[in-house]
Design a protein around this ligand. Structure first.
Ligand SMILES: Nc1ncnc2c1ncn2[C@@H]1O[C@H](COP(=O)(O)OP(=O)(O)OP(=O)(O)O)[C@@H](O)[C@H]1O
Length: 266
């Protein structure tokens, strides 16, 4: 396995312990007797954007859902922000709602409440977490401004474009001040312009030090946004590294085959 992908790896202080926000060791997961994750090791350092790519059904979403325990691995260990949350098939996390606040998630289809305005969608998540109303409202407005949709705060989801809805969903995920944000195919229902908007928001979040893990089929997007790309094939990590290497000059024949098939279908 390569060394943890962290900001610390780039500093001259080689002794500084890299700060790993997500660590997965030896993950195995089967559905109905079929192995979907096979001995997966992965580390995501603070402030990094790690993309997981691979063929449909290869286990990408399952891997990401193991971070917030939407899926429970059968074997291996999951650590989030320095705490073991699942170990050897057992749930170790004592505060699942707390874990879900620490790990924000953004979905392909936004999952906004249709009967609530953009601001109310961002307030609701905080209200459920016990944030006082005025503070929640101020934070919602500030976050909508941060993702460039403050002017649409009183609009309902159906009145928003796909890109605007996804930015509201990102604001909602940020409202609980997560340590890491997971993105599951965040641009696959968006047009190129909206994809650029989401890319720009993710870049700004990265500049602010947000840690992000992304599953995507859109390889140009993965190449542009990520620090590190992981190629997951039939449940195993075949290759990982800098996007220019994995996507531009892959070392493994299997990665080359995957990229060739992608090229022929894109
Ligand atoms: N809850 C579940 N119950 C049973 N099988 C599941 C479940 N979740 C995923 N699977 C199966 O596990 C395999 C991996 O699914 P997963 O969604 O992780 O792959 P993926 O690489 O994200 O695929 P895609 O790119 O199509 O989204 C698939 O065969 C899928 O049908």
């Amino acid at each position: 396995m390569s060394e943890p992908v962290t900001a610390a790896t780039e500093t001259s202080d080689a002794k500084a312990a890299p700060e790993v926000v997500v660590r997965m060791e030896g993950l195995r997961k089967s559905f109905d007797g079929r192995l979907v994750l096979d001995d997966v090791h992965l580390e995501v350092g603070r402030g990094r954007i790690v993309s997981v790519i691979g063929q449909s059904g290869g286990g990408k979403s399952t891997l990401m859902r193991c971070v917030n325990l939407l899926e429970r691995p059968d074997q291996g260990r999951v650590e989030v922000s320095g705490e073991v949350v699942h170990d050897d098939g057992r749930m170790v996390c004592r505060d699942l709602p707390g874990l879900r606040r620490t790990v924000g998630m953004v979905f392909q289809r936004f999952h906004l409440f249709p009967h609530l305005t953009a601001v109310e969608n961002v307030v609701l998540a905080q209200r459920r977490a016990g944030v006082p109303e005025q503070e929640a409202l101020e934070r919602a407005v500030a976050l909508l401004r941060r993702v460039g949709v403050a002017h649409r705060g009183l609009a309902y989801p159906e009145q928003l474009s796909g890109g605007e809805q996804q930015r509201v969903a990102i604001a909602r995920a940020l409202a609980l001040r997560p340590d890491v944000l997971l993105f599951d195919e965040p641009t696959s229902s968006l047009d190129p312009e909206a994809t650029r908007e989401v890319l720009s928001v993710m870049r700004e979040l990265a500049a602010d030090g947000m840690t992000m893990m992304l599953v995507t089929h859109e390889l140009p997007f993965a190449r542009e946004v990520s620090d590190h790309v992981v190629f997951l094939d039939r449940g195993r990590i075949v290759e990982e590294g800098h996007p220019d290497d994995v996507l531009g000059n892959p070392a493994q024949a299997r990665t080359r085959e995957f990229l060739a098939s992608y090229g022929s279908t894109s």
